[in-house]
Ligand binder design. Structure first.
Ligand code: TRP
Length: 332
């Protein structure tokens, strides 16, 4: 069973994409052959800073490696280093119904905020289908918000197979992250770097505390003496991801009894987040001090990805009837 997943080159990982994706990726490496891709071609479908792209891609690689993606067991590479991604995406645009792309929730959301909608934004899920199917991966660990894209991907595989090659591409299935949707420190929106409602996994104890201190808790708890309701508190939700179960129980009880104030509760959470991220920070510092090592890992990852991708593309070309570029004097 082969696993594939992708993440945008947004620089440093944060608590949202760590819990929402990467912690799960790290675990999946024990069971599956995994391929992880930093999807820079997806990143350019929305406005971005060209002068920052390379650095954000590199930083994402550092974060992923520091968080536990193991290049000995898994393939880690940058999407634009493997040309076959865009090649297969083009092929797939010819079997993807326009109407289905226009119905994608994420497309509608993003398009709405744009004066002029680039075709790349519409074709975003086609490229995503190519990412996964290029390696004929059967499992795709993602968050809830990507399920619709995986459904589309299954349709693309089905339609291509129907025309050109019965059963050649598998119909990949999503592996949903156990953590579910991670709400930001504002207690409202999904955690995201652009909203500034998150904590970076490479931040130190003081920065973690600075971010956590003003985090929104139970809005009904106005004063220190009011009992709180952990069920509606996002800080409590984070405890469930970072604290041992005995602490989680203690936090809930002390909140309900107003024995602890929100700051007491946050201090414990800050300590537990700091503890989980400390070894990651250490590994990241070592990688940042040896950038050539990171480049070599990505170079090697791209090479391994390319050889798998080339196999798929040569099958695809043959099944679709293209004239071979190989040395034969006459077409066959
Ligand atoms: N669209 C995904 C996201 O925003 C990123 C992505 C690109 C991806 N290609 C992929 C995820 C292939 C899984 C598989 O999170």
């Amino acid at each position: 069973m082969r696993v594939f997943s992708g993440i945008q080159p947004s620089g440093e990982l944060h608590v949202g994409n760590y819990l929402g994706a990467v912690r799960n990726w790290v675990a999946l490496q024990d069971q599956y052959q995994c391929i992880f891709c930093i999807v820079d071609y997806h990143a350019i479908t929305q406005e971005y800073e060209a002068t920052a792209l390379a650095e954000r891609t590199f930083d994402m690689a550092v974060s992923l490696l520091a968080a536990g993606i193991d290049p000995q067991r898994s393939v880690l590479f940058v999407q634009s280093h493997v040309a076959e991604h865009t090649e297969l995406a083009w092929v797939f645009t010819t079997v993807t119904p326009l109407g289905e792309l226009e119905r994608m929730t994420q497309f509608k959301d993003k398009a709405q905020r744009q004066v002029s909608v680039p075709a790349g934004l519409l074709n975003y899920p086609v490229l995503q289908a190519a990412d996964v199917l290029l390696y004929r991966a059967q499992r795709v660990p993602v968050g809830e918000d990507q399920v619709q894209h995986i459904e589309l991907m299954r349709g693309v595989a089905r339609k291509w197979n129907a025309r050109y090659g019965d059963g050649f591409f598998p119909e990949p299935e999503p592996v949903l992250t156990p953590a579910g949707r991670i709400v930001g420190l504002d207690g409202q929106a999904k955690m995201s770097k652009s909203l500034g409602n998150t904590i970076g996994i490479l931040e130190g104890p003081e920065q973690i505390w600075e971010r956590l201190r003003p985090a929104v808790t139970d809005p009904a708890r106005v004063t220190r003496k009011d009992p709180g309701n952990p069920e509606v508190c996002n800080v409590y939700a984070l405890h469930q991801h970072f604290s041992p179960s005995a602490t989680v129980e203690e936090v809930a009880a002390k909140c309900r009894a107003a024995a602890w104030g929100c700051l007491d509760c946050k201090r414990v959470l800050a300590a537990n987040i700091t503890r989980e991220f400390a070894p990651i920070r250490e590994r990241a510092a070592a990688l940042q001090a040896a950038p050539e090592q990171v480049r070599e890992i990505l170079h090697d990852g791209a090479q391994r990805a390319r050889s798998l991708a080339a196999e798929t593309m040569s099958e695809v070309r043959e099944r679709m009837g293209f004239l071979s570029a190989e040395g034969a004097a006459r077409p066959r």
